[in-house]
Write a protein that binds this ligand. Sequence first.
Ligand code: AVI
Length: 427
Amino acid sequence: MLQDPNVPAETTGLEKDRPNIEHVEHKCLETYSLSCESERSKLTTLYHESADATRRSFLAAASAGLNAPLHRKSLPSMYLYDSVGSDLYQQITTLPEYYLTRTEAEILRSHAAHIAKTYLVPPVVTPKGERSASSLVTDVVELGAGDGHKTRCLLDACISECKAAANLQSCAPLCVHDFEYFPLDISSGALQSLIAGTPQHLRSRTHGVVADNLQGLSWVRSRHVERRTVVLFLGSSIGNYSRTSAVALLSDIRSQLREDDLVLIGFDLRKRDVRQLVSAYDDAAGVTAAFNRNLLSRLNRELGCGLTERDFAHYANWNASEGCMESWLVAQKRVEIPLGAAKVVVEEAEAIHTEVSYKYSMQEIENMAEASGFESLEVMVDERRWFADAVFRVCRKADRASVAENSQLDCEEELSIVSDESVNVTT
Ligand code: AVI
């Protein structure tokens, strides 16, 4: 499920296969032990919003967005992801037009062994006693993990690497690296089904955290101060942030990390063929339209607005100057929307803005790393160069001065450079 600090916690409707839950109070946190066959995986809850609090924040956000002046109306995209919206998004990821999920899965599958060996559990050649055992464990923290499907091949590759390193240990001064996997999501339902679907050999290393991204990351970091951390932020979730907020989010992530920690992050790339983008966000079966219109159903379900969904048409367009896909709901007639005690009028043909999905060039990826205090180590792309997974490393202290200087640059201006030179690209 897309994670945003403000996305309300919802179930995903996948709870029917939920494992047995044993509830244990632990200070102010709730820690659940999930009894999964013989092994036990953990689920810790840091984030909970009551249905009433969600309804109130939805009312406040909808009122603010819909009371904007004519042709400036919007609804925040985070409200796309209730349980109905999350199910629709899952369907989108399997559509023929929506190449993003498939393409990223292809990149991760074909580079899994390399990613595991180079970044997740690298073999450590070290004279005896130089490092403590805990510094040889990597915490793999996945933001907005959802069903964790994409990540499985990386974790399997880590297991193979750990075994290979253990076999080599007898003939070389190698320390065996190990890892623990922390999927974070604001949906406990999503994490429960992730854990239920986790194969036996990964369960003891999996610890779900119901939390927003920064809250969960900070919790994991504070538990294991000595460990390395690798953050996974996959699926082009970064694209749902404006370029400026994306830099702010990555800077916040960086502030939780230590020198040499890494982020593996997925970007959808800019395309020559704009039609490919438009059809990915306006598919023939109408699933993306239903996903967008679900905002209207939510207004009906949660705020009793009594809208007729067909009064609004889904519209997706490429904004070339911003470099993003935009989604809109266009009123097919004059519509009055009761919101709390007030009423909002949407004029016929007026469009309500609902989502952005930014696309990146190689140079923009490099610039984003620099602007948020990272250096880009490698960018892995598919053969058609549709999608990229980049590895960012926290800048070393010696490099910090130049990062500070770079961050002074006007972010929008800096990110608009589109040359592809000097980027370490792997296909
Ligand atoms: C979750 N996110 C990366 C999707 C995207 O491509 O921006 C959300 C989405 N909206 C419409 N289709 C998919």
